[in-house]
Design a protein around this ligand. Sequence first.
Ligand SMILES: Cc1cc2nc3c(=O)[nH]c(=O)nc-3n(C[C@H](O)[C@H](O)[C@H](O)COP(=O)(O)OP(=O)(O)OC[C@H]3O[C@@H](n4cnc5c(N)ncnc54)[C@H](O)[C@@H]3O)c2cc1C
Length: 484
Amino acid sequence: MSSPLSSSSHFSPSSADARDADVLVVGAGPTGLLLAGDLAAAGVRVVLLERRARESNLTRAFAVHARTLEVLDARGLAEDLLATGLFAPTARIFGRARIDLSTLPSRFPGVLITPQYETERVLEERAVKCGAEIRRGARVTGVRQDAHGVELDVTADGQDGGETVRLRAAYAVGADGVHSSVRQALGMPFPGKSVLRSVMLADVRLGTEPDGLPAFNAVAEGFSLLVPFGDGWYRAIVWERGCRLPSDAPVDMDVLRAVTRAAFGTDFGIGAPRWTSRFHSDERQVPRYRDGRVFLAGDAAHVHSPAGGMGMNAGIQDAANLAWKLAAVLQGRADDGLLDTYHGERHPVGKLVLRLSGAIVRAALLASPVARGLRDVATVAARGLPFATRRGALLVSGIGIDYPAPPGAHPLTGRRAPDLPLAETADGPARLYEALRAGRFVRVLPRGASAGPEDGVTTVTRADAARVTLLVRPDGHVASASEG
Ligand SMILES: Cc1cc2nc3c(=O)[nH]c(=O)nc-3n(C[C@H](O)[C@H](O)[C@H](O)COP(=O)(O)OP(=O)(O)OC[C@H]3O[C@@H](n4cnc5c(N)ncnc54)[C@H](O)[C@@H]3O)c2cc1C
């Protein structure tokens, strides 16, 4: 659905245009942008408040995993994003060991390497097109709620002492990142610990390209990860063991090259950087993703090290899970209890992602040479264990993430629905993810079955011979299934 009023513009406290939203989303990172786009596409009045005055051209995330590409495909956005990056069927982990993603049961068997700002661009364009109001330069400083709605205090950013306006909506979502003001205003704890200190980031050109990208190795001196942007520039992410420098200390390129040499036997001719930074990484998760009428999603709810490249992917999938539920409740198609399933389904996934990324980073950080030797042997040996490597690939890519089903439900309930081929019709969708682009539930009937009366659900017929009828949720998971 598009609206002539849809826009992305600067926030002005005197403007009343954001006062009567159904949902206020805080933070225009990947999580907030997907959420706002889905809500707007469902006909919900949504205002997205972003502290930054303009789009970011910095990138943190660069790995877009298969499940996220499927989520984008179900919104008609995957092709656009794929055109911006480099699609790799394998990723190198310790030394010569690689993780094979090429056999994933997905239309996207691999990982897309593209800068986070490209993902945000694609999501923002779609959100605006669908009618979301994006207000930049709008910093949320306070949150209150009562039985009927949520009120946010919003100040024009960069204008301390400037006017603060109160915006009200039925629901609010804090997608405002690791230092979330919404989370702090709720008084929600964010328990966890620090895992990595003072990791160096540098965008550089290389004299020679590593064999197998992204390239990663961890040794006694630290670790080095090199990721291509696809335009001749590479992101180097390098950690020097024992380094205690604060996150605002300048990056020493000699140290960065020395750790890379120790990791790969060469520094690949790392040139002068166009941008450098340091970061500090924590492992934390809120105990509850919902507090009354306020929800937390993405880094505001869970954060972990970049190992495995899963943070942005998890945030986008949080948003896909929450959006259709909010729309259904606001439009009177479901009761408020549906919103509790957001925590029930996504909190365990956040926990799993923390565990996976924690395991990868702890293996990388092993201090003793014996332990590192055992790790390398075990990693190479695991390649001979198809079950172990496949399970790892399914979880890291998100393809293997299912939601719990109620007792007694059909075994497919809660599972990710694959992109089933559909029976040919004159102008109908050819596969399930095309059918999901309408943003509605999709009923998938066995071949030859006839559709009932129109009931707000898209009805399609599968092309294969399976006799199972599926009801697929707008986020691509099976709501219910029955034989025949
Ligand atoms: C070096 C590095 C590499 C990474 N690599 C990967 C990777 O390859 N793959 C991956 O999936 N993840 C990766 N991540 C993690 C990923 O970048 C984050 O998980 C992702 O950005 C989270 O998205 P988000 O939308 O939840 O939050 P953010 O991207 O942090 O967006 C939050 C937004 O909220 C805004 N905001 C904050 N406070 C307020 C306020 N009070 N009012 C209004 N707006 C506010 C911010 O300006 C920001 O735009 C990496 C992280 C790092 C540090």
